[in-house]
Every structure is written in C-alpha cells, then in structure tokens.
Design a protein around this ligand. Structure first.
Ligand SMILES: *[C@@H]1O[C@H](CO)[C@@H](O)[C@H](O)[C@H]1NC(C)=O
Ligand SMILES: *[C@@H]1O[C@H](CO)[C@@H](O)[C@H](O)[C@H]1NC(C)=O
Ligand SMILES: *[C@@H]1O[C@H](CO)[C@@H](O)[C@H](O)[C@H]1NC(C)=O
Ligand SMILES: *[C@@H]1O[C@H](CO)[C@@H](O)[C@H](O)[C@H]1NC(C)=O
Length: 465
C-alpha cells in the first residue's frame, strides 16, 4: 500500500518536473497551459484551443490567465460550483462548462464574452437564471442548458437570441413553454424540448421560428399530438415524439406538416392504434420510425394512403420493429417502392395475407429476426425463407371464417332444396309436354287392358271358343 502510494507520488512529481522543464525550454508559455490544461494552437486555422476538462478545478480560472487569442475554452467535467464573476474576454468563441456542479450564475455572468457563439452549460445544477443571465451574448448560435434543474424561464432570458440556431432545454422540469421565449429566435433551426414535463404546447408557439427544422418532444407527457403548435412550424423536417402517452394516431394528428421528412414515434407504451389516413398529410415524409410500441396492435390498411404516389418522391424507410402487429396487407406498404422495411419482432400470423413478404427483395427488408408467431406449426419459423405454400388461410380456425361457413351451409341447403324442387317440377313439366300422348295412350291402354285381358283370356284358352 505504502509502496504503491510512494510510487504514485514519485510518478506525479516526475511528471510535474517534466512539465516545468518543458516550460523552461519553451519560453513565454501561458501559466494555464503549463500547469493543468492542454493547449493546442492551430494558428493556420485561427484556433487556440485550451482543454481544461477533468482536472478537478473548483473555480473558473481567472480570465487574465487565459491565453491571448484563445478561441475554445473547455472547462467541462470539473468541480466548478458557481459562476460568480463576470467573464470578459474578447476572443473566446466556444465555452464548455458542462458536467460541473454549477448552481449559481450571477447577472451578466457572460456579459464580456461578445464573440461567444457556443455555450454549453449542460449537466449542472442551475435551477434559476436571472432575467439578465445571458446579457451580452449577442452572437450566440448554440446554447445547451440540458440536464439542469430549471423549472422556470424568466421572460427576458432569451431576449437577445435573434441569431440563435440551436437550443437544448432538455431534461429540465419546465412544465410550461411560453411563446414569449421563442418570439425573437427567428433563426432557430434545432430545438430540444425532450423530457421537460410538458403535456400541452400553446398554438402558434413556432409562429416566428420559421427556420425550425428539428424538434425533439420526446419523453414528455403528451397524450395527443400537439397538432396546432406543430402546424405553426412550417419548415419542420424532423420530429421526435418518442416516449409520450399517445394512445391513438388519427387523420388529424399530423395535419399540415408538409415539410416533414423524418418522424419518430418510438417507445410509446400507450399507443394502441393508428387510424385511417393518419400519415396521409405528410407528403414529404421519407422516414417513419414507429418501433418498440409494445401495445400497438392495429394499423389501419389506409394509414399510409397517398404516401406512395408515383408522381413524387415517397416514403423510403419504414421501421415498425417490435410492435404487436399480427398482419399487414399487401397493398399497405408496396415493398417494391421503398428502400428499407423493418417489420421484425412482431407476432406475425403467417397466413395467406402475409405471403407477399417473401416476394419483397432482400435488400429492402430486414429478415434476420422476421418470424412467425402463428399458426402453432410455424411458430418461430423464419418468414423470409418459408415456402410460399405454407402461408395458407385455414378458414376453420377463425370465428369470422366459421360464421361464414355456417352461412355458406345454410345457403347451400336452401339452394339444394330449391334445385331439387325445380328438378321435380321440370321433370313433371317435361313429362307432361312430351309424354302426354303416351300417358293418354297408356291410360287408354290400361282401360283397354281389361279388354286385352279378356282378349288374352279368350285366346289363352282357345278351347273355350
Ligand atoms: C493575437 O492576435 C493578434 C491579431 O491577430 C496578433 O497580432 C497577436 O500577435 C496574437 N497574439 C498571440 C500571442 O498570438
Ligand atoms: C467536488 O466537490 C464536491 C462538493 O462540492 C466534493 O464532495 C468532491 O470531493 C469534489 N471532488 C473533487 C474531485 O474534488
Ligand atoms: C448538450 O450537452 C450534453 C452534455 O454534454 C450533450 O450530451 C448533448 O449532446 C448536448 N446537446 C447539444 C445540442 O449540443
Ligand atoms: C399524386 O400527387 C400529385 C401531386 O402532389 C396529386 O396531384 C395526385 O392527385 C396524387 N395522386 C394520387 C393517386 O394520390
């Protein structure tokens, strides 16, 4: 133990000596770079990066110690607890303070960082920020506030963020989102509102953020799609709605999202049904992920109607892995028109309805874990390799089929009866028409028969004559 400690100490001392030696050789080196941080000067590219991550800092090093012309300052994964002085530096563009223990941020904390374009404050303990918390950050393009404890955003907090393009507020217990906060973000393209405890969004929330392309609303409390708010995001291309409490998707769920290309609807424990035309309005949709929804049993045959239009680019990738779907109509997803189809790990009922899957080209369909759940004799069989003859519709097994058969039997009985009756009538008719004479003859004959008998008798016993 002691020996090990000694050797560690020796190594540390040796390292420090080496650093000092290095310092004395390369003259005029910055004290921060000399002591704890790693500095990388890429003069040609105009960068001077200082990496002070994971070095157990408990305060932000005084700005006077930062190298002149520094562009990137990485202070992530330290033990900084407060931003209690106003930072002022005229060349820093990127500042990473993520993964610290920051809970207090003074007013004007970033007031002198006029060139800052990227600020990461993720994974700290910030509960509240002052109205002037981001004062001075007029050129900020990206702000990451994810995983703090914020339950309130002061009205003026984002007032100067006209140039902001990326904002993450993920993993904060915000509950309410106000249009006021986004009003002035006319250049916002990327917004992460996942896991912020919201269950409703104000309509027109994105009225002024006309550039918004990506929106993450995952892991919230939505029980229906916030259609009105989404409709105001006219340029939205990628929407994540994973892990929400939606139960049903219907024709009105995704109205007017005509620019949407990627839609994610995964891991929704309450989703049961997708109705007629649910995706029909999404005329630009290329990729649909709707997987790991463990209660999703029903997708209406017309849910995707209109998305495979010959005259424009269409839905290319569909991922329906690990739902509870048992059957899929041949015409619902025209395999020949899409690039990737994943329907693995669903409890497939391998009857004649599903036969089309074996005709879907292997480069288009994921087949490695595509197996039957029913009928019993095919359980766990790999669908893709199955002989087409095995996909049979056994009508005696389903209730509907049984009632159909009963119906058929009744019809059969009635028609057999009718036919028999008709035959009898016909036969009688024929007999009457064609054999009337014969009948008459026969009748007469039988009358005459007595005579005949007599005649026979007369001749039979000629001796009597
Ligand atoms: C900082 O940049 C200025 C202007 O680009 C330059 O004159 C100066 O030499 C640079 N300082 C260092 C230490 O590189
Ligand atoms: C970081 O700070 C906390 C308390 O603020 C302390 O318990 C912990 O030991 C510190 N860690 C290091 C590596 O200094
Ligand atoms: C925000 O920071 C967290 C933690 O560093 C990181 O995981 C996440 O990807 C960042 N988000 C953005 C948009 O940069
Ligand atoms: C295909 O799209 C065009 C243009 O968007 C539209 O006019 C036409 O009605 C669509 N056809 C079908 C069959 O949906």
């Amino acid at each position: 133990m002691a020996l090990k400690f000694l050797s560690t100490t020796m190594t540390t001392i040796a390292a420090i000596l080496l650093v000092l030696l290095h310092c004395s050789i390369t003259t005029a080196i910055n004290p921060l770079c000399a002591a704890v941080c790693e500095c990388e000067n890429l003069e040609e590219e105009g960068y001077l990066k200082v990496d002070c991550s994971k070095v157990y800092l408990s305060i932000v090093p005084p700005v006077d110690d930062w190298p002149e012309n520094i562009t990137h300052m990485d202070l992530s994964s330290n033990n900084i607890t407060a931003l209690d002085v106003e930072l002022s530096h005229d060349s820093v563009q990127v500042l990473d303070l993520s993964h610290n223990h920051i809970s207090t941020v003074v007013q004007y904390a970033f007031g002198g960082l006029s060139k800052l374009t990227y600020l990461n404050l993720a994974n700290n303990g910030i509960k509240r920020l002052d109205d002037n918390g981001f004062y001075g950050l007029d050129h900020l393009k990206s702000l990451n506030l994810s995983s703090n404890g914020m339950d309130f955003l002061p009205d003026g907090l984002f007032y100067n963020f006209i140039g902001l393009q990326e904002l993450s507020l993920a993993d904060n217990p915000l509950v309410h989102i106000e249009p006021l906060h986004f009003n002035r973000m006319i250049n916002l393209r990327w917004l992460d509102l996942s896991n912020v405890d919201v269950y409703v969004l104000p309509p027109n929330l994105f009225h002024t953020t006309g550039q918004l392309e990506f929106l993450d609303l995952s892991a919230n409390e939505f029980y229906e799609v916030p259609t009105d708010a989404l409709r105001s995001a006219k340029n939205l291309k990628h929407l994540r709605l994973n892990e929400n409490s939606l139960e049903v998707l219907s024709k009105n769920s995704f109205k007017k999202l005509q620019a949407l290309e990627v839609l994610e609807l995964n891991n929704m424990d309450h989703l049961k049904e997708v109705k007629d035309g649910a995706f029909s309005d999404l005329i630009s949709l290329r990729t649909l992920e709707m997987k790991f929804n463990r209660h999703l049993t029903t997708i209406h045959p017309k849910a995707f109607e209109g998305l495979f239009n010959q005259s424009r680019p269409t839905l290319q990738e569909i991922d329906l892995e690990a739902n509870q779907i048992r059957s899929l109509d041949k015409d619902m997803i025209p395999c020949a028109r899409i690039a990737k189809l994943n329907v693995q790990r669903n409890p497939w009922n391998c009857d004649c309805t599903l036969k089309w899957i074996t005709n879907c080209e292997l480069q288009r369909i994921y087949a490695a874990d595509l197996r039957c759940a029913d009928p019993a004799k095919l359980r766990n069989s790999f669908i893709y390799n199955m002989n087409a003859n095995l996909f049979e519709c056994n009508y005696y097994s389903s209730d509907i089929a049984k009632s159909e058969i009963h119906h058929a039997n009744v019809v059969k009985t009635i028609s057999v009866g009718l036919a028999a009756g008709l035959l009898v009538i016909l036969a009688f008719g024929f007999a009457v028409v064609f054999k009337w004479k014969d009948i008459k003859t026969w009748y007469k004959g039988s009358r005459r028969g007595q005579g005949a008998v007599y005649y026979v008798r007369a001749r039979a016993n000629p001796r009597e004559i």
